[in-house]
Design a protein around this ligand. Structure first.
Ligand SMILES: Cc1cc2nc3c(=O)[nH]c(=O)nc-3n(C[C@H](O)[C@H](O)[C@H](O)COP(=O)(O)OP(=O)(O)OC[C@H]3O[C@@H](n4cnc5c(N)ncnc54)[C@H](O)[C@@H]3O)c2cc1C
Length: 498
């Protein structure tokens, strides 16, 4: 599928090139394909492998932004959440969350209850009415006797990475071209032709790909400023970076509802979200000066999260209870002249779109998974203003999500996942990490990213590598060695130093 796509692009003139296959780029790809645009989507690594694979997978109305009195953000995120619950039941499900205030007693309960009612009101009463619960199943797990306030939100069902992927795979037959492991490197705008001549690097075939497009949409997340700078696109905005780490902890089986613990400072909270055999514990919120410092969890992040965990839960956890790590950088939009040093949670989470009409270049700043559809619709409207005519490439119906995958069960898990062969054929799967981390949840649910504490799953991963390498044993060993080296760096060494 990928090779066919690469061969086809050189002779094409696309309406739009979307750069970045995270949630923003993927959802926009779906929007524009369904509008009859001829679209190419380029992702320098795997789809969803940037910030989008590191989220808490909550589809929420922005409760925390009440703290900064950003009612518009709360209104718009709540509407997005409710539309997703309504239109995308297969992907997004409503879910009750348990809020646990920092202090006991009436004084701490009253403001939280008031805030939850205000939240419910701004959300136009579309979710269940908030309520107080004195007795609840998780009570015995907690370090302190606490009351709980229940309110309704939503969450992504399978995983954030699969959520990204589905926006792309459902357009496989739409005439659009989606390429992972292709990095946009260079290009020039021809004023006479009103067309971009772009050049990308196929990181798998190690070849240059050249193509033409009448517009570009920069959806590169935290890389947006870098891309704009290298193509000479000025902007009134820029991103500041906030690193977020989440631990996948061995799950307390008595925990049914996701819990939100008030941290008692900065209006911040920490969440514990049951997800298969683990509970997601986090996230952290740390301003980082650059992208390079942000995409790996440090021993300090883990230490901080374990300390918080042991403040909240009765049974103390150690690094041995950490099954997996998630780490991403939030792209937070600020004015280009911004130079303050604020706690990242104080900054707005709204998104911004800028249009450079002369060069037919659109840039997307900031984002949440929750707002992806409304953001895609807004970007599409802005594109209409600079590129009204369409090529009407997409003629048929968008095929339904593929339900007919061949499945198998990984040792130690009960859930069924699509097989690696199936994902290679239908879902742009190229590496062991693509499969274990983003096509399935195996690397998040099985210790040491699927290898097991004692490497007990190595033979199975070797078989998978052989499938990836189409039977070539030498190549298969390279796949496996690269994966094991990554696990040693990303997981083993970090935890050893906690
Ligand atoms: C810890 C944490 C928890 C979060 N929890 C939630 C939550 O519960 N709910 C929610 O709604 N949001 C949440 N978010 C926010 C949300 O995850 C992000 O805002 C969102 O995923 C950003 O998506 P994106 O598409 O803008 O960026 P990304 O996912 O980073 O995608 C950008 C892509 O562009 C690619 N790219 C960059 N340069 C190039 C190039 N030159 N050529 C080709 N490709 C390129 C990158 O490889 C990357 O994949 C959370 C974020 C974090 C960090």
């Amino acid at each position: 599928m990928r090779e066919e796509n690469i061969d086809a692009v050189a002779s094409e003139i696309f309406d739009v090139a979307i750069i970045g296959g995270g949630i923003n780029g993927a959802c926009l790809y779906n929007q524009l394909c369904s509008e009859g645009r001829h679209v190419i989507l380029l992702e320098k690594a795997d789809f969803g492998s940037g910030t989008s694979q590191a989220s808490a997978m909550m589809v929420w109305g922005g409760l925390l932004y009440l703290g900064s009195l950003d009612f518009r953000a709360v209104y718009s995120f709540s509407s997005s959440r409710d539309k997703m619950i309504h239109d995308m039941a297969e992907w997004v499900s409503p879910c009750w969350f348990r809020f646990l205030p920092a202090q006991r007693g009436l004084l701490s309960k009253a403001p939280v209850a008031l805030a939850l009612y205000l939240y419910w009101l701004i959300g136009q009463f579309k979710r269940g009415r908030p309520r107080i619960e004195k007795q609840f199943p998780e009570k015995d797990l907690l370090a302190r006797d606490n009351i709980s306030l229940m309110f309704e939100e939503a969450r992504i069902r399978q995983s954030d990475a699969r959520f990204v992927l589905h926006w792309i795979t459902r357009n496989t037959d739409s005439g659009g071209v989606a390429l992972n492991y292709c990095e946009l490197e260079d290009g020039e705008f021809s004023v006479g032709e009103n067309t971009w001549h772009l050049s990308a690097r196929d990181r798998i075939g190690n070849q240059e790909i050249n193509f033409r497009t009448r517009s570009v949409i920069n959806c590169a997340g935290v890389w947006t400023d870098r891309l704009n700078a290298s193509f000479g696109i000025p902007s009134p905005y820029k991103h500041v970076f906030s690193k977020g780490v989440i631990l996948g902890m061995r799950r307390h089986l008595d925990q049914v509802a996701p819990m939100i613990f008030d941290m008692g400072e900065h209006n911040d909270v920490i969440t514990s979200i049951p997800w298969g055999p683990i509970g997601l514990w986090g996230p952290t919120e740390t301003a980082v000066p650059d992208i390079e410092q942000g995409f790996s969890a440090s021993p300090e992040d883990i230490h901080f999260l374990l300390n918080q965990y042991n403040r909240c839960y009765r049974r103390a956890a150690t690094r041995k209870d950490v099954v997996s790590l998630r780490c991403g950088i939030r792209p937070l939009v600020v004015e280009a002249s911004y130079d303050k040093d604020e706690y990242p949670l104080e900054l707005s989470r709204r998104s911004r779109i800028t249009v450079n009409k002369g060069k037919s270049w659109v840039s997307v700043y900031g984002s949440k998974i929750t707002g992806c559809r409304s953001l895609a619709a807004s970007v599409a409207r802005r594109l209409d203003a600079i590129l009204p005519e369409r090529q009407k490439i997409h003629t048929g119906e968008i095929p339904a999500d593929r339900a007919s995958a061949e499945t198998f069960v990984f040792p130690g898990l009960v859930e069924k996942f699509p097989t690696i062969d199936w994902c290679m054929e239908h879902e742009y799967c190229n590496t062991l990490e693509d499969y274990l981390r983003r096509r399935t949840n195996i690397s998040q649910w099985v210790p040491r990213e699927g290898l097991g504490y004692e490497d007990e799953n190595l033979p199975l991963l070797r078989e998978m590598s052989l499938t990836l390498a189409h039977g070539n044993r030498a190549k298969a060993e390279q796949h496996l060695a690269a994966y094991r080296a990554d696990v040693a760096n990303r997981f083993d060494r970090v935890l050893e130093n906690v």
